[in-house]
Write a protein that binds this ligand. Structure first.
Ligand code: TRH
Length: 380
C-alpha cells in the first residue's frame, strides 16, 4: 500500500473531476492505496457524488480522502505517488516539499485521452524538473504502448448482469420517472450546445419506430427548449412530438449514469469520461468531442474513428463516420441519421466486440500501479 495524492483543477465541465474521482476510488478499492484527492471546486464534485459535502475542508467518500484545494496550501507531507491531472499546476510549496524529501515521489502528469498515433510514443516519457525531480507523462489510450482506459475490475460483469435483468432496468428507469414503452428505442443525450440537435429531433419525430430520448440536465437543454419553443425545461418534464418522447432527467450520480447508459440502445456522450463509459456499455454511441481552438479536436475525432471502424462493413463505416461528423459539425443530422437506419444491428454487435477488445487490455489504474512498481524497482 502506498500514499497517492491526486490533484484536480476543475477547468470546465465535469470531465476533470469525473476522471480523477473515478481513478481515486479505483486505486483505493482495487489497489488498496491510501488516496487523497485535492479538488479546487467541490460544487462539480458534489454533482457526481451527491453524498459529498460542498463545504468540507476534508471528507472521506468511498474510502478516498477528498480535500479542498485552496491557497494558501496547507503544509502536508507529499505522498509517494503524485498525480497532477491534465497538466494542472501543483502548489509551489508542495513541489518544494517533494524536492526536499529524502526519497523523491513518483510525479505523474495524467494527460487527456486521445487516439492519435503520437500518444504511444510520448506515454511514459520523463521530463526533468527543478530540484532534482522528474515528472512522467502518463497517457490514457486505446492501443498497446499507452496507459489504457479507466475500467473497474467488475464493471463488465455488473453491466452484463444489469442488461440481462429487465426488472432491474425497469426499476432504475422508474426511479428517474421513465417507463419504457413497448417497441420504443431508448436514447440518452449528453452533449454540449449543438445546433445539429434540431435536425436530429426532426428525424426522430418522423420515424416509424418510437424513440424515448432521456436528457440529463446540462448544456444541450437550451437547444431542446428552443426546438420545443419553451423557455424552461426542468428535470421531470416530459414532452411528445410525433413519434418522439422526451424525458428531462436530473443530473444523476456517477454510478447511476452508468446504469442509464446500460439501459439505452444508443448513447450520445461527450468529452472524455462519458465517452469511455459509453464504450463499456457495449451499445452504439455518438460522440460530441470537446471542441478545441483551431479545430484540433477534429484530428482526435478522426483518429478514434480510424481505430474504431475498420471491422465495420465499408458502407456502414462511412455512414457511421458521417453521423459523427455531422453531430460535431453542428449540421446535417437528418440525412446522416436516415443513412444509418438499417445499420443498427451491425453497430450493436460492433459495440460489444469493441468493448471486448478494449477490455482485453490492462485498465488505466492497473497500468499506473505497474508503472509505479517498475519505477520502484528501477529506483532501488
Ligand atoms: O463534462 P465533460 O464535457 O468534460 C470535459 C471533458 O473531459 C474534456 O476532455 C475536458 O477537456 C473538458 O471537460 C474540460 O464530459 P465528460 O468527460 O464526459 O465528463 C462528464 C462526467 O459527468 C462523467 O464522469 C460522467 C458524469 N455524469 C454524471 O455523473 N451524471 C450525469 O447525469 C451525467 C450526464 C454525467
Amino acid at each position: 500500500m502506498a500514499r497517492w495524492d491526486i490533484f484536480c483543477s476543475v477547468v470546465d465541465n465535469y470531465g476533470d473531476i469525473g476522471v480523477t474521482w473515478r481513478l481515486a476510488r479505483q486505486l483505493v478499492a482495487e489497489q488498496a492505496h491510501s488516496v487523497r484527492l485535492w479538488v479546487d471546486e467541490l460544487d462539480a464534485f458534489v454533482r457526481l457524488c451527491p453524498d459529498a459535502s460542498i463545504g468540507a475542508e476534508c471528507q472521506y467518500q468511498a474510502g478516498v480522502e477528498v480535500r479542498q484545494w485552496r491557497e494558501p496550501f496547507p503544509v502536508v507531507e507529499p505522498a509517494e505517488v503524485v498525480i497532477e491531472a491534465f497538466a494542472c499546476q501543483l502548489p509551489p510549496s508542495y513541489i518544494e516539499a517533494m524536492a526536499r524529501d529524502g526519497t523523491k515521489p513518483l510525479w505523474l502528469n495524467l494527460e487527456y485521452l486521445s487516439a492519435e498515433e503520437w500518444v504511444a510514443g510520448c506515454h511514459g516519457l520523463p521530463s526533468p524538473q527543478p530540484g532534482g525531480l522528474q515528472k512522467f507523462f502518463f497517457f490514457p489510450g486505446f492501443v498497446a504502448g499507452t496507459g489504457g482506459l479507466l475500467r473497474e475490475a467488475d464493471l463488465l460483469t455488473r453491466r452484463r448482469a444489469f442488461q440481462g435483468d429487465v426488472s432491474a432496468q425497469q426499476a432504475f428507469l422508474r426511479s428517474l420517472g421513465v417507463t419504457r414503452q413497448a417497441g420504443a428505442r431508448l436514447i440518452s443525450l449528453f452533449a454540449y450546445e449543438n445546433p445539429a440537435l434540431a435536425g436530429w429531433l426532426d428525424a426522430l419525430v418522423a420515424e416509424s419506430q418510437p424513440t424515448q430520448l432521456l436528457v440529463p440536465q446540462g448544456k444541450v437543454l437550451g437547444d431542446l427548449q428552443r426546438w420545443f419553443g419553451e423557455t424552461q425545461l426542468a428535470p421531470g418534464d416530459q414532452r411528445h412530438r410525433g413519434n418522439l418522447q422526451i424525458h428531462v432527467l436530473p443530473f444523476v450520480a456517477q454510478d447511476d449514469y452508468d446504469r442509464l447508459l446500460w439501459c439505452c440502445d444508443l448513447n450520445a456522450v461527450r468529452g472524455e469520461d462519458s465517452f469511455i463509459r459509453a464504450q463499456w456499455a457495449g451499445r452504439p454511441l455518438l460522440w460530441h468531442i470537446y471542441p478545441q481552438e483551431e479545430g484540433v479536436h477534429w484530428d482526435k475525432l478522426e483518429a478514434f474513428l480510424a481505430l474504431f471502424s475498420p471491422e465495420l462493413p465499408p458502407e456502414i463505416s462511412a455512414a457511421h463516420a458521417a453521423l459523427w461528423r455531422a453531430w460535431n459539425a453542428g449540421r446535417g443530422m437528418e440525412q446522416a441519421w436516415s443513412d444509418l437506419q438499417n445499420a443498427w444491428p451491425t453497430l450493436q454487435r460492433h459495440a460489444e466486440s469493441w468493448c471486448d477488445i478494449q477490455a482485453d487490455r490492462p485498465d488505466l489504474a492497473t497500468a499506473l500501479e505497474q508503472f509505479y512498481l517498475n519505477w520502484l524497482s528501477y529506483a532501488a
